[in-house]
Design a protein around this ligand. Structure first.
Ligand code: GLY
Length: 364
């Protein structure tokens, strides 16, 4: 069991990474003093898997528990889903002292977190991430929100939870594809700030690439804990993304372009992030920020772990306009987080379209 702290003065909170953490949360509920009513917001597919058990455990401890669901997928990460959840909470007469538990992946965490941030101007929120991606990234740091027809995550708030409960047992219900997607964000921490994590992944690459979280439980627990610690440290220093937090976007400008150009139907986010980190490394070499030998090490570890870093020529040629839809564009200028070595980055705001075309035309 590991407990990591996000240090934000009076809004500080713990991240608990532990096998069986969800049932332990229920057992200590009465000591937390978080109201009588609890809404577990989740996906229909997680009701039988985890939500019913959590509800039974919480009720044993005296809570009055309700399971609220909305359909999974980016197309339901909308203001309409938020409105429906708010209507239900109002009908149930939830008070400000009551609690929302977000039980699920990144989409559940973002939507439930946003609901918690605006219901009665903010009620208690506990994040219970059940995907690797959510455990290592999305559930930590308070970004919440929904999509708008004109773009992803355009409406939202910063709203920190009271705690993050990462039960590593939940990883065993994920597909290998979902695990690999989460792994892209783990690799990212190695690239941007954690050489020891990079070395660990290199040393254990043969086991990690099997994506067998049951057989290699201690390796996966280490990957989650180390990643959560990195995310907690970044958020503690830069909650509102005015500097350091931006480095978490390594590969993401490219990735968002790849996802948007393929209408979010071909690549999962982590798959696009892995290709994006490869493109960022190529761009960094072209701009003289990164030694080619470090770029090769980055490509090597991602390949060893099982990522497909190829990009179809037709797709790479169509990407450029999509980069400008990125939320991080400032005054029409693109900003790229680039690696400057294993474990370090810089941000460049002067990347020309010619350079981008050169990078995109060099990938196969
Ligand atoms: N997922 C990036 C961030 O939380 O800032």
């Amino acid at each position: 069991m590991s407990e990591i702290n996000v240090n934000l003065a009076d809004r500080s909170y713990p991240i608990v990474v532990e096998k069986g953490a969800i049932s332990r949360l229920a057992k200590r509920w009465h000591s937390l003093d978080l109201g009588t009513n609890v809404a577990i917001i989740t996906n229909p597919s997680l009701v039988n898997l985890y939500a019913n058990k959590l509800k039974t455990g919480l009720e044993r401890e005296g809570a009055k528990c309700h399971i609220l669901t909305f359909e999974p997928g980016e197309s339901h990460k909308t203001l309409a889903s938020v409105a429906e959840l708010l209507d239900t909470l109002l009908a149930l007469k939830f008070e400000r002292i009551d609690t929302i538990i977000a039980l699920g992946g990144g989409i559940v965490g973002d939507v439930a977190g946003f609901v918690a941030s605006i219901y009665l101007r903010g009620i208690h929120l506990i994040q219970c991430p059940t995907t690797l991606l959510a455990q290592v990234d999305a559930s930590i740091g308070g970004k919440t929100g929904v999509n708008h027809p004109t773009g992803k995550n355009l409406i939202g708030s910063f709203y920190q939870p009271l705690m993050v409960i990462s039960d590593t047992d939940t990883l065993s219900s994920l597909s290998k594809r979902e695990l690999l997607c989460g792994l892209a964000e783990v690799v990212k921490y190695g690239f941007i700030r954690d050489v020891a994590l990079f070395d660990y992944m290199y040393e254990h690459a043969a086991s990690i690439r099997e994506l067998n979280v049951t057989k290699d439980a201690s390796i996966w627990e280490h990957l989650v804990t180390r990643s959560a610690a990195n995310k907690a440290d970044v958020v503690s220093q830069d909650e509102r993304e005015s500097g350091l937090r931006e480095t978490l976007n390594l590969g993401h400008t490219f990735a968002h372009g790849i996802e948007a150009a393929t209408h979010y139907t071909v690549y999962l986010h982590g798959e696009a992030v892995a290709i994006g980190m490869r493109l960022a490394a190529d761009l960094a070499v072209l701009m003289g920020e990164l030694a080619a030998s470090d770029r090769d090490k980055m490509i090597q570890i991602m390949t060893l772990l099982g990522f497909d870093l190829s990009l179809e020529k037709r797709l790479s040629e169509s990407l450029l306009p999509y980069f400008y839809q990125d939320k991080k564009v400032r005054h029409g200028k693109l900003r790229f987080v680039l690696p400057t070595g294993i474990g370090s980055t810089t941000v460049r705001k002067d990347v020309s379209e010619d350079l981008l075309r050169a990078v995109l035309s060099s990938v196969v």
